[in-house]
Every structure is written in structure tokens, then in C-alpha cells.
Design a binder for this molecule. Structure first.
Ligand SMILES: Cc1cc2nc3c(=O)[nH]c(=O)nc-3n(C[C@H](O)[C@H](O)[C@H](O)COP(=O)(O)OP(=O)(O)OC[C@H]3O[C@@H](n4cnc5c(N)ncnc54)[C@H](O)[C@@H]3O)c2cc1C
Length: 483
């Protein structure tokens, strides 16, 4: 039987899609910059079906591309292949594996299928009085499998960590169809190498994640949200330290926004009220979550005196405190609308970088200066997770200039930014992953020894390079490797 017939038999013809119109949305990345092609997309409904599909693909030497919500920012889920390879390429979508199987509020865990949508996972945890803390603007469509495969971060990493920190167990289907059951849900287990961590952040290149055991946290009973304004970016580190010292683990978000980025939200999405004065160059949105109301009252009043001191000594130029839950949401909406506002404005040249938190101000100021001295039209749009040392350092075009200029000079902009990241010993892929966008960059940022070991790991799990070929690590690249 052919590959297609085998797949139809394994999951049912209705769950194998070959129609080009129906396939189209699965074959383009979320920024419309990469386009893929496949023989078919498969929609298995269980681990057993995924295992069958993988065994068939193994037998037919088919290429496998796994997809969750297709919200990734590095084209990692787009099957970009040659015409010839398209005839043996299979996209596995987890969209029929969305169950939340079990919530255990006493053990603070939940078990979900990998296609479960983040918002549904958060809602299910909340229904049981618990919190699943990962939160990001794509949470209505991104999946647990995608989040784990990219080790996604989001806006609460400063308190709860990345996806890696939320995962207690995984079930993975290997490239030949064997099922690796690592669903032990243990908080301590030092029985040698912890294999689940290899799959987290591997972007579909080592296996298909089918189920996950996630860690839950206490559900906060109250929160405060502040927007703080300051004139020098170097002040952000001091503000962070002062508030982190005061709030400790209650500090759940510390999100930086440049005033021009906020103005772009106001201009592109006028339905989003800004709710604070825009007279300073830099703003941070700070969130603190409280586990009981007495703690909330005590910390809120202590915060007021810390903020008064920072205003008095000139570190801050303004502070806005949300007075209600509705105002908290309104302030968050400004921060969360930034990606849509960028898209609405025609896009820009994006970087997802991290450096040590105390180097961020220096990184931004020196790199902005280098870019602006080279391109008089450039408009930095800087925002992101200051508390994690991770910024979305994006370059657009000043008003009055042709919007396409930044794309015409994309390579030169990347070169300047990535050179700066390297000088600061930072990361060129802080939270979105490598995908197809940054595969070549790994040659510059990883040592030959690291690259060699990464390729060996890839070969252990995927000896024929059939799982998401072209993403993360390119085995065809002539990277120094002595095997
Ligand atoms: C508006 C917006 C805001 C965002 N904000 C953030 C943010 O704050 N922080 C952040 O980290 N990211 C953010 N992202 C990026 C994106 O949401 C995350 O990368 C998310 O983890 C992708 O999940 P997904 O289900 O859409 O995965 P997909 O895009 O479908 O896939 C991403 C990668 O995971 C692999 N994959 C998917 N499912 C599986 C599986 N079951 N098994 C094995 N591999 C799999 C794919 O092959 C691919 O390599 C944002 C995206 C958007 C559009």
C-alpha cells in the first residue's frame, strides 16, 4: 500500500487531508513568510494513532512535521521542503487531541493531551481553584505540545519560570512509533538522565509529544498592576531590584515598553485605551499576585512608600496604580496588544534576544545608537520581559519613510543586532525557539563542541533526519563535526 493508503487506514480517511484549500492554513507560518507543502495532513485522535502514523512514516521513510496551534514565531511548524520531498511529507496536527484528562488539585498536577489549548488548560486549573501560570497573547490557540516544544516563556516567567519548569512528565512517540512513557508526575527523580528535558525545546525534531503532566500553583486571590514611567532605561534595573526585594516571589511580571511602542498601539488599535500619560520614554508594567488579602494589603501599602521614594529621588517620573480588576485588565491589554499592533502596522524586523538583566540597558542603548547611525529611517520598537533579561527588540521604520525599508535591510539589521548579542554573551533565541528562521545562526552562537553534541542527540532520536528536517539544527550544514 502507498504511504497515503496506510495513513488512511491508520486514522480513517476522514482524518487525512489532501485538499490544497483545506491544507493552506497549515502550510504557512503565522507571519506569512514561510510556505510549506506536504503530501497530506493527518489528524490522529490518540497516542496509539500517533504511534501508528509514526511507524508508517518510518516504514515509508516519510518526513514528519508536527503542528499544534501554528502560532510559533520562527516558522518551526511550517513544512518547507522541495517538490520531491513534499511527496513524502506528512504533517501531524494534534488538533483532535485536546483533552484535559485529569486535574489533581491535591497533588497540584494535571494531565493533558498535547493538543490542549493553553486557555482551556488555564480555565480547567482555575475551575479546580488552581493556577496554570503560563500566559501569553496567543493563549487562545497555542497548544501544550507547542509550548513545551518551544519551551515557551510568556509574561509570568519572572515568578513561575518557563514551560520547562511547569512539566513533571511527558509521553512521547519516537520516530519509529515506539511510545516513551515518562508520565510519572514526580517532583523528585534523580534516576540518571532526565530524558523529558531533551524533548522540551526540541521543536518537533526528536519526537511527537502526545501527553504531558503539568505542575499547578496556588491560585492568587488578588493582584496589583502598576505602570511606572522613567526617563533613563538604566533605571529599570534599580526599579526591578527595589520591587523584587519588596514583593519577593509575589512579583509576577515586569514588562518593559518603549513609549513609541505604546504610541504605535494607540495609533494602530485606537479601540485600546492607553489609560496613562505618555510623556516619558520608558514604561514598565508591573504585576504582583497575592495569596491572601492580608498579604495584599500589607504589600500594597509597602509598595506605595517604595514608589514614593523612587518618585522623590527621580528614578521614576510617574506611577499609575490600577484601582480595580477592570483597570488591571485594561493596562495588560496595552501590553498584550503590541504584537497585533506591529502586525497591523505592516510588521518589522524582529529579534527575540536575551542578555543578563543588568546588561539590558547597555545593550539597548549601544545597539540603538549603532543602528541609528547606519539607518536614519530606523525606528526601534522595544518591549518585553525585562525581568527575564528577554526583549523583543524589533526594528521598524519612522513615519514618513517607506515601510518596506526595514525588510530591504533585514540582513544588515540582523547582523548588527546579533553581533551585539554575541558581545554581551546573550541568546539570539530567548523564548521563541530557533525554528527555520535561526538555524544558521546556531553556527555563530554555539561552540563546535555544543553543535557536535546536539547533532549526536538528533541522530540518536532521528537517525534518518525525518523529524522536522531543516528546523533547529541542520544536519546538512558543514559545521565542524568529526563523526
Ligand atoms: C500574539 C503572539 C504572542 C506570543 N507571545 C509569546 C510569548 O510571550 N512567549 C513565548 O514564548 N512565545 C510567544 N508566542 C509564540 C508561540 O505562541 C509559542 O511559540 C507557542 O509555544 C507555540 O505553540 P503552538 O501550539 O502554536 O506550536 P506550533 O507553532 O504549532 O509549533 C511550534 C513548534 O513546536 C512543535 N510542536 C508542536 N506541537 C508538538 C508536539 N505535540 N510534539 C512535538 N513538537 C510539537 C512544532 O513542530 C514546532 O516546531 C507568541 C505568538 C503569538 C502569535
Amino acid at each position: 500500500m502507498s504511504l497515503l493508503q496506510d495513513l488512511q487506514e491508520a486514522v480513517g480517511s476522514a482524518n487525512v487531508q489532501t485538499d490544497s484549500q483545506a491544507l493552506a492554513p497549515l502550510l504557512v507560518d503565522n507571519r506569512n513568510r514561510f510556505f510549506g507543502q506536504v503530501l497530506c495532513a493527518c489528524f490522529p485522535a490518540s497516542t496509539e494513532e500517533v504511534a501508528r502514523v509514526m511507524a508508517i512514516c518510518h516504514r515509508h521513510a516519510a518526513l514528519v512535521f508536527t503542528q499544534g496551534g501554528n502560532t510559533g514565531n520562527c516558522a518551526a511548524a511550517t513544512p518547507v521542503v522541495s517538490e520531491a520531498d513534499a511527496r513524502r511529507s506528512v504533517l501531524i496536527s494534534l488538533r483532535r487531541m485536546r483533552s484535559i484528562e485529569r486535574v489533581d488539585p491535591l497533588n497540584d498536577t494535571m494531565t493533558v493531551e498535547a493538543g490542549a489549548i493553553l486557555q482551556d488548560v488555564r480555565d480547567a486549573a482555575e475551575d479546580h481553584g488552581r493556577l496554570f501560570p503560563v500566559s501569553l497573547a496567543a493563549q487562545g490557540s497555542c497548544t501544550i505540545g507547542g509550548l513545551l516544544s518551544t519551551n515557551a516563556g510568556g509574561v509570568h516567567v519572572v515568578r513561575y519560570g518557563n514551560m520547562r519548569e511547569q512539566c513533571l512528565g511527558l509521553e512521547v512517540v519516537l520516530s519509529d512509533g515506539r511510545v516513551l512513557d515518562m508520565l510519572r508526575g514526580l517532583r523528585k527523580d534523580n534516576t540518571g538522565y532526565d530524558l523529558k528535558h531533551l524533548f522540551i525545546g526540541s521543536e518537533g525534531t526528536l519526537g511527537v509529544i502526545t501527553r504531558a503532566q503539568l505542575k499547578l500553583s496556588p491560585l492568587p486571590v488578588a493582584r496589583s498592576v502598576y505602570v511606572l514611567a522613567f526617563s533613563r532605561l538604566s533605571a529599570a534595573g534599580n526599579v526591578f531590584n527595589a520591587l523584587h526585594t519588596l514583593f519577593g516571589p509575589q512579583l509576577s511580571a515586569f514588562e518593559l515598553m518603549h513609549v513609541d511602542t505604546i504610541r504605535m498601539v494607540a495609533r494602530e488599535l485606537p479601540q485600546i485605551p492607553i489609560g496613562f500619560d505618555l510623556s516619558a520614554p520608558w514604561y514598565v508594567l508591573v504585576e504582583c499576585e497575592y495569596n491572601d488579602t492580608r498579604q495584599a494589603e500589607r504589600l500594597q501599602s509597602a509598595a506605595l512608600s517604595v514608589l514614593e521614594n523612587l518618585l522623590e529621588d527621580g528614578t521614576l517620573s510617574d506611577a499609575t496604580l490600577a484601582q480595580s480588576e477592570a483597570q488591571c485588565e485594561a493596562l495588560w491589554r496595552v501590553r498584550e496588544s503590541i504584537p497585533s499592533a506591529h502586525k497591523h502596522a505592516g510588521g518589522n524586523v524582529k529579534h527575540d534576544i536575551s542578555v543578563q538583566r543588568n546588561d539590558l540597558a547597555d545593550f539597548v542603548e549601544t545597539t540603538n545608537a549603532r543602528l541609528q547611525s547606519r539607518f536614519d529611517w530606523i525606528a526601534p520598537s522595544v518591549f518585553g520581559h525585562f525581568g527575564d533579561g528577554n526583549l523583543h527588540y524589533n526594528m521598524g521604520v519612522r513615519e514618513g519613510f517607506d515601510r518596506r525599508l526595514c525588510f530591504d535591510h533585514e540582513e544588515a539589521i540582523h547582523a548588527i543586532v546579533y553581533d551585539a548579542v554575541k558581545r554581551f554573551n546573550g541568546s539570539v533565541a530567548a523564548e521563541h525557539g530557533v525554528g527555520r528562521l535561526k538555524t544558521r545562526l546556531l553556527n555563530d552562537v554555539k561552540s563546535p563542541e555544543e553543535l557536535h553534541l546536539m547533532r549526536l542527540v538528533k541522530r540518536v532520536f532521528d537517525p534518518d533526519n525525518r523529524l522536522n528536517p531543516g528546523a533547529v539544527i541542520d544536519l546538512k550544514e558543514s559545521i565542524a563535526c568529526d563523526d
